[in-house]
Design a protein around this ligand. Structure first.
Ligand SMILES: Nc1nc2c(ncn2[C@@H]2O[C@H](COP(=O)(O)OP(=O)(O)OP(=O)(O)O)[C@@H](O)[C@H]2O)c(=O)[nH]1
Ligand SMILES: [Mg+2]
Length: 278
């Protein structure tokens, strides 16, 4: 089984637990393409008695129907969720209201006790690269937190005041010691949460082709002009030849893998959700 749990993540997890008593609510960020694989199983325990709001990021990259199914799935577990696109800013402004709904009882109680309303203190948690810092920057409207297209950009916790209604604690991305399955590690690597070299790239690509054939055949056919009945190696070869990726008369498969990964991550393969409930 694949493992990738560098020491700094254990530390980051400990710091999350330490700060828990200071916050009113936890914003658990999940990647819309992998709402299941990006959910840290250890968080269930850590946040068992915390108020939680799931924020599904990168929603414009995922398959809308699947996202709706996942929101229903979380609702059935009693957890509210909201979808956002932190690049365009779609729905980002609604986060405060969703948080107020989750905290309704507490807010009412505080008012009844005569306490002055104060900003909601929220901790932003999630796997590396899920978009924690980008979301915070969209909310502040400026570059308050470092972001980057690779896992592990945020190194330390940081409080950021959004407005009079909201204070956010940015935290470094955290994974867990053992992934549930090889599929989960492929989904994490494909989406960029873990580095490609944590899994065997060739196996991951073959898995991805099988996945596309099953769930998004027309995306595959439309993009690369291949036949859905071709076997995976032939498909890779065709893509390589079409692109002119030839080295010493052979197809340069490494380059073909990169094309598939880049096309998926840049939406050139269309909107795709990797985690399907069935
Ligand atoms: N398309 C799209 N890209 C996003 C969205 N949110 C974040 N990104 C991109 O995802 C990448 C990672 O974003 P970060 O905000 O640095 O992620 P993070 O969760 O803070 O990552 P760590 O600090 O490494 O844990 C960046 O390239 C962002 O531009 C989104 O809603 N849509
Ligand atoms: Mg960050």
């Amino acid at each position: 089984m694949i493992q990738w749990y560098p020491g700094h993540m254990a530390k980051a997890k400990k710091e999350i637990q330490e700060k828990l008593k200071l916050v009113d609510i936890v914003f658990e960020l999940l990647d819309a393409r992998i709402p299941f694989s990006s959910q840290n199983p250890e968080f269930q325990k850590i946040f068992a008695s915390s108020k939680r709001l799931i924020i599904i990021t990168k929603s414009e990259m995922a398959d809308k129907n699947e996202t709706a199914k996942w929101q229903k799935y979380f609702k059935n577990q009693g957890i509210d969720s909201i979808t956002v696109d932190s690049i365009s800013g779609a729905n980002v402004k609604n986060i405060v209201n969703s948080a107020k709904v989750v905290l309704e009882e507490k807010i009412k109680k505080d008012l009844a006790r005569g306490l002055k309303p104060r900003a909601i203190r929220a901790m932003v948690v999630g796997i590396p690269n899920v978009g924690k810092s980008t979301l915070i920057n969209k909310l502040t409207g400026k570059h308050s937190a470092a972001t980057g297209d690779k896992p592990g950009v945020t190194k330390a916790q940081q409080w950021i005041r959004i407005n009079k209604d909201l204070d956010l604690l940015d935290t470094p991305g955290v994974l867990w010691p053992k992934f549930e399955s090889i599929t989960q590690s492929y989904h994490l690597a494909l989406s960029g949460a873990i580095k490609d070299d944590v899994v065997r790239k060739e196996d991951m690509i073959l898995y991805f082709l099988d996945f596309l054939k099953k769930y998004y055949p027309s995306n595959l056919v439309d993009r690369y002009n291949v036949n859905i009945d071709d076997d995976n190696v032939l498909i890779l070869e065709k893509i390589g030849r079409n692109r002119g990726f030839i080295k010493a008369n052979e197809v340069d498969y490494e380059k073909v893998y990169e094309v598939l990964l880049t096309d998926f991550r840049s939406l050139r393969l269309g909107r795709i959700t990797l985690d399907h409930e069935d």
